[in-house]
Write a protein that binds this ligand. Sequence first.
Ligand SMILES: [Fe+2]
Length: 292
Amino acid sequence: MHIAYPAPLPHGHIVQLLPDFYVVKGTARIAPGITVNRNMGIVRTGDDLLLVNPVRLRRREEERLCDLGRVRQAVRLGYYHGCDDLYYRDRFNAFFWRQPHSDHYPLPPADETLSDGGPCPVGGGRVFEFSNSNVPEAALLVPLSGGLLLTCDALQYWAGWDSCSWAGKWLLRFSGVHRGMQVSSAWRRRATPLQEDSQRWLAADFERLLQLPFIHLLGAHGDFCADRAHELVERAVASSFVRMRGATAGARRRRTQKPHPQRPPTGGEGPPGSLSAPRVVIRPQPGQRRRP
Ligand SMILES: [Fe+2]
């Protein structure tokens, strides 16, 4: 059966950011003439590669990807991403991870589901879920170089407007994106139930996120933030959520402490159908992909 995978869109080269961590800055076409930046992170463990927020590459760059190692796993961290996931699953037989309801792109099905504190695509890493979000959204803590946090839409760091068209840049600016670290205002609106206050609803999730030990960050949009990411995320959430104001000192104290895994809140604060419901999963090994 012929599958019409989306063709590669313009992108840059694979660039190394940390030992065993790389990025490709690609693009997403929102409308004719409107393109914005979209990143794929690549985590290497030995000879195995994990693609985070996958972006399909042109043939020559895909050959360079294969020179880095074997594509063994791919992970989707945000609901609105995933147009190239099926390509990588089929092309490389990649073991695929996503949250249970992260099915804006329903294919491929997950070989393993992401859940807060649950099985992780990276040894020694941690899966974080925004448990109260209206739309599935996760982050991945990778124990590299002092701690690397990989996000999708929720947290973004913008140093410039590379890979965005002129119209794309202004669309982002009008939607509230600015230079620096930020909780995406567009994502926050989608993630907050209509009847709730977006300045409060997700605060508990970000309090938990600030307990993670990271100093670097890469989102699915924007740029890589090295070394100062935790400090900048503290400021970003403090300016975004009412209940976080004045609480950053406590978070600053906690960030040097070893985090202890928390269950996401159950009931009460969570929206109906919260992703915090317990899940039972059977975990096949990478390379032993489970057929639906
Ligand atoms: Fe996005």
